[in-house]
Design a protein around this ligand. Structure first.
Ligand code: AMP
Length: 216
């Protein structure tokens, strides 16, 4: 039988604990133990150094799903990721925690028909998971309004830098209000990422996990 007390102690709701149990998670990974309580209780921005496979998607995804509720007033959270594959993977993980919250979560990425993605955006979306190029494209077309965003996640920030997305990210950040909370995840911390964080993030807490691969 699963013992979910360690997840409960992080401040997650009983509904979320039910879904965690269904997924077969037994204990929080190190990045989850560090990140989730901070996101649930404080208002700091976060920089977390964590590799893929450490459970970082749930580390930011669970608090997002807990904190947001379905609303008709536009996108509340956006997660920027380097690739279409990661966009789909992150969306799938978020959807697996969404049964009770019923948030509208959509992926927008390059290389796929924009028609369907636009149709979804028109229907109203609470959380967008997007690649930087396609996200910026939608902002410029006037089909994506990020002025009401409360949470911005930069996932695999160093990969986005390597792929040449850093200017797009800065433009996307400029399209958001100042009151958003930023969470930056990166496996390495190149100078350009540190510079970006200094420019756009406030009261930032740094977190680091050396190992901590999830034994899924
Ligand atoms: P990520 O590092 O976010 O890509 O997650 C890697 C895999 O680990 C995904 O399949 C997650 O569903 C899974 N996972 C995340 N957190 C846990 C956990 N605490 N226990 C077991 N599996 C987990």
């Amino acid at each position: 039988m699963n013992n979910l007390d360690e997840f409960r102690a992080l401040g997650l709701s009983e509904q979320t604990l039910t879904l965690i149990a269904e997924k077969g998670f037994e204990t929080p990974s190190p990045i989850q133990s560090l990140t989730i309580p901070m996101l649930m209780t404080s208002t700091s921005d976060i920089i977390a150094q964590a590799q893929t496979g450490t459970g970082k998607t749930a580390a930011f995804g669970l608090p997002l799903i807990e904190k947001l509720s379905q609303s008709a007033d536009g996108v509340k959270a956006i997660i920027l990721v380097p690739t279409r594959e990661l966009a789909l993977q992150v969306t799938e993980e978020l959807l697996s925690f969404n049964r009770f919250r019923k948030l509208y979560i959509a992926a927008i990425y390059g290389g796929a028909s924009i028609i369907e993605q636009l149709r979804r955006l028109k229907k109203g979306i609470d959380i967008v998971v997007g690649t930087p190029g396609r996200t910026l494209d939608n902002i410029q077309r006037g089909t994506l309004d990020l002025s009401g965003v409360e949470y911005l996640v930069l996932d695999e920030a160093d990969e986005m830098l390597n792929m040449g997305f850093i200017e797009d990210i800065e433009e996307i950040m400029a399209a958001m209000g100042d009151s958003k909370r930023v969470m930056l995840f990166s496996a390495t911390m190149p100078a350009r990422i540190v510079q970006l964080s200094k420019k756009y993030m406030n009261d930032t807490k740094g977190l680091k996990v050396d190992s901590g691969q999830v034994n899924a």
